[in-house]
Design a binder for this molecule. Structure first.
Ligand SMILES: CC/C=C\C/C=C\C/C=C\C/C=C/C(=O)SCCNC(=O)CCNC(=O)[C@H](O)C(C)(C)COP(=O)(O)OP(=O)(O)OC[C@H]1O[C@@H](n2cnc3c(N)ncnc32)[C@H](O)[C@@H]1OP(=O)(O)O
Ligand SMILES: Cc1cc2nc3c(=O)[nH]c(=O)nc-3n(C[C@H](O)[C@H](O)[C@H](O)COP(=O)(O)OP(=O)(O)OC[C@H]3O[C@@H](n4cnc5c(N)ncnc54)[C@H](O)[C@@H]3O)c2cc1C
Length: 615
């Protein structure tokens, strides 16, 4: 539906100013998200399954550099679902869902992003008026980063330190109106604006927000988990981290988002590598497709495998997320730490790997990959941001490490949840079982090393399962992809395997050979494998990656869109296509600075005195 809309054509965004980009992004987002609303009206989507539609839309590249409405769907609504009680959901969700209000999520401040217990914004309860007073006591207390907050949102979820009866109860969430619903002017007591240009996501309208003793009704505190009663009494949540649920949701969604971007980047780079020819193996021979070089295959093929591995893992994570949430509704909090550790780890590993793979895809396209029109630089800007937002990756990995260490310490006393059951066998097998260069052997090795084992074993299990129903040819290719993913990471993480498993030098050598053989075996199917991601040209938006392979024609067409090329390249008064020779000669003549004034000053100073014989 979207690809039929002409609204996405026009001047490439790179040539627009920062302000024009924002205006363009609003125009395009309104077209895109009005389709979501239409689908909702036609019963094709509902609030319960909009992750696919909205996630697909944001990750599709139709909105190339992000959207100022993204946070409304990805965080504002999930935060209401996760943290508002039933009454509050009834009040706010219908308005949010039909976009009669647009929201953002304001947690991070100038001074604190990671350490959220250190946030400085205060929400102090005034029992006399039954209101909370929101205040930013310092510059570092200003909210900084929230997507869409600059000029777009009129509401947002604000995370602030809750004070009641003189006591601080830690951070809680509040729904806050920041702009007038009619005029869109910031409300008194609200200081709001946009934070400025960034490496990427420049259409997202990230904002800042400060409060000057700004009052909101008591009922605007999101009270699903903890409450403040009318007299100011504080009622604790069952678990202090239940308030972090929206972050867990977004971390899960980000894993799906990485699948989109990785498939896109590797489709572009693989198709380009099939078109591009460079160098002769023997003098006089046709130049080779660069896709035939084993070094090029090494750059690209692991991304094809990783895209499948991440998709399968994301689906499994989504199932776990829903299972644990159902248990939470029933009051069972047992698997919350496991879900948190899983979401942290998978968000961190998939964003870091995707960013590295997208950059490899860009390098694999040589100079042309450096062009904005290839879509690879923008894609890199989008995925590298995900390494930082929604929890900086190192910090998230430390959260997972904390969970693993804790679990390891309780190996003998506690039953292990499914995702960490491997720790028991790994602990027992360390150095006891020999190394084996098979997929299962590598997975067993990684169980000891405990990195990426979740992703690897899930990928392997799912492919084993699929193999029962697919053709023998497809089965073979799927197994090659699993093999490639496992051998690639075994070679990348050799130091860990050498340190913690009995892998020998000979086995490393044969692993390397096996890896190269798998690359060669996959080569004939490489283009077919990326075609199978089924990404339309309108989504790829790349000069290098289109299905028809017209790489060079598209590069030239795009170059001609540069405003610098708007003037005729011939730059000749005599040779223009329209034949307006004399008019052009006159137009050019009028550009002479000497024609800017009717009489030049030298006439009066030199020429006239000279002509009158006075000089
Ligand atoms: C399709 C579209 C896809 C993508 C979106 C596209 C565009 C959107 C772009 C950007 C959106 C970005 C939004 C944001 O960035 S919003 C801000 C996000 N901010 C963060 O993520 C902050 C990161 N920091 C934290 O999460 C926490 O502060 C941290 C977990 C690091 C520490 O929390 P805290 O200090 O409160 O806890 P600790 O004392 O360290 O731990 C105590 C205990 O609690 C456990 N814990 C922590 N978090 C959770 C949780 N969420 N659930 C369950 N348990 C949790 C922790 O492990 C400790 O456990 P234990 O060891 O047992 O004591
Ligand atoms: C594009 C983008 C969009 C965003 N959108 C939003 C939004 O909509 N709403 C919102 O509220 N926020 C948003 N954010 C903010 C984002 O959530 C934070 O930037 C992120 O959580 C990281 O926090 P920080 O910037 O404070 O980094 P810092 O925590 O200052 O990190 C700096 C360095 O310190 C290290 N570090 C910090 N703590 C530790 C530790 N305990 N141990 C070891 N190392 C540590 C980190 O690993 C990192 O190397 C966005 C950010 C970006 C980039």
């Amino acid at each position: 539906m979207l690809s039929k809309r002409e609204v996405f054509d026009g001047v490439p965004e790179e040539y627009l100013s920062h302000k024009e980009r924002y205006e363009n992004a609003i125009r395009n987002s309104v077209v895109a998200f009005s389709l979501v609303r239409k689908m909702q009206e036609e019963g094709k989507t509902s609030i319960n399954n909009y992750r696919d539609v909205v996630g697909g839309l944001l990750g599709s590249s139709v909105l190339r550099d992000g959207s100022p409405l993204g946070l409304h769907y990805i965080m504002f609504m999930p935060a209401i679902l996760n943290q508002a009680n039933e009454e509050q959901q009834e009040k706010w969700l219908p308005r949010a869902w039909n976009c009669s209000i647009i929201g953002s999520y304001a947690q991070t401040e100038l001074g604190h992003g990671t350490f959220i217990r250190g946030l400085e914004t205060t929400a102090t309860y005034d029992a006399a008026t039954k209101q909370f007073v929101l205040h930013s006591p310092t510059l570092t207390a200003y909210k900084w980063w929230p997507g869409g907050l600059g000029q777009t949102a009129n509401y947002c979820i604000v995370v602030a330190q809750l004070y009641t009866k003189g006591q601080c109860h830690g951070i809680h969430s509040f729904i806050i109106q920041v702009r007038d619903e009619e005029t869109h002017m910031p409300l008194p007591g609200i200081k709001i604006g946009e934070i400025g240009a960034k490496l990427g996501l420049n259409a997202v309208n990230n904002g800042f927000l400060g409060f000057d003793n700004y009052r909101i009704p008591r009922t605007n505190m999101l009270m699903k988990h903890a409450q403040v009663l009318e007299d100011g009494t504080y009622v604790k949540s069952r678990h202090s981290k239940l308030n972090y649920g929206a972050m867990v949701f977004v971390r899960v969604v980000i894993v799906f988002d990485m699948v989109n971007y990785l498939s896109k980047a590797v489709t572009i780079a693989t198709r380009f590598s099939a078109v591009r020819r460079q160098c002769q193996l023997k003098a006089g021979e046709t130049e080779c497709q660069i896709l035939d070089y084993v070094t090029q295959q090494h750059k690209l093929f692991v991304s094809i495998a990783a895209a499948h591995a991440f998709r399968i893992t994301a689906n499994k994570l989504w199932l776990t997320f829903n299972e644990v949430n159902e248990q939470l509704v029933e009051g069972n909090l047992q698997r919350l730490p496991e879900l948190h550790a899983l979401a942290c780890c998978l968000k961190a590993v998939t964003t870091a790997d995707t960013a590295a793979c997208v950059e490899r895809c860009r390098l694999a396209c040589g100079g042309h990959g450096y062009m904005m029109s290839s879509s690879l630089p923008l894609t890199y800007g989008l995925v590298t941001a995900a390494c930082t937002y929604e929890g900086e990756n190192t910090v998230l990995l430390l959260q997972t490490a904390r969970f693993l260490v804790k679990t390891y310490q309780q190996l003998d006393s506690k039953a292990l949840t499914p995702t960490v059951a491997y720790l028991k066998t790994a602990a027992a097998e360390r150095f006891c079982v020999g190394w084996s260069n098979t997929t299962e052997g590598i997975i067993r090795g990684f169980q000891v090393v405990a990195m990426r084992v979740i992703i690897m074993s899930t990928f392997n299990e799912e492919v084993q399962e699929m193999s029962r129903t697919v053709s023998p040819q497809l089965k073979e290719v799927l197994h090659q992809l699993v093999d490639l993913y496992c051998t690639y990471w075994a070679l990348e993480k050799l130091s860990d395997l050498l340190l913690y498993t009995p892998i020998s030098q000979k086995e490393v050598e044969s692993l390397r050979l096996r890896y190269e053989e798998t690359l060669t075996n996959l080569r004939p199917n490489a283009v077919g494998l990326v075609d199978a991601f089924d990404l339309r040209d309108e989504m790829l938006q790349s000069t290098l990656g289109s299905y028809d392979g017209r790489v060079y024609e598209r590069l030239m067409e795009e170059a001609m869109k540069s405003p610098l090329n708007a003037e005729p390249m011939l730059q000749s008064t005599l040779g223009s296509y329209d034949g307006r020779v004399y008019e052009r000669l006159m137009e050019e003549a009028m550009k002479s600075p000497l024609n800017a004034e009717p009489v030049n000053y030298t006439f009066h100073k030199y020429l006239k005195p000279f002509m009158q014989g006075k000089l």
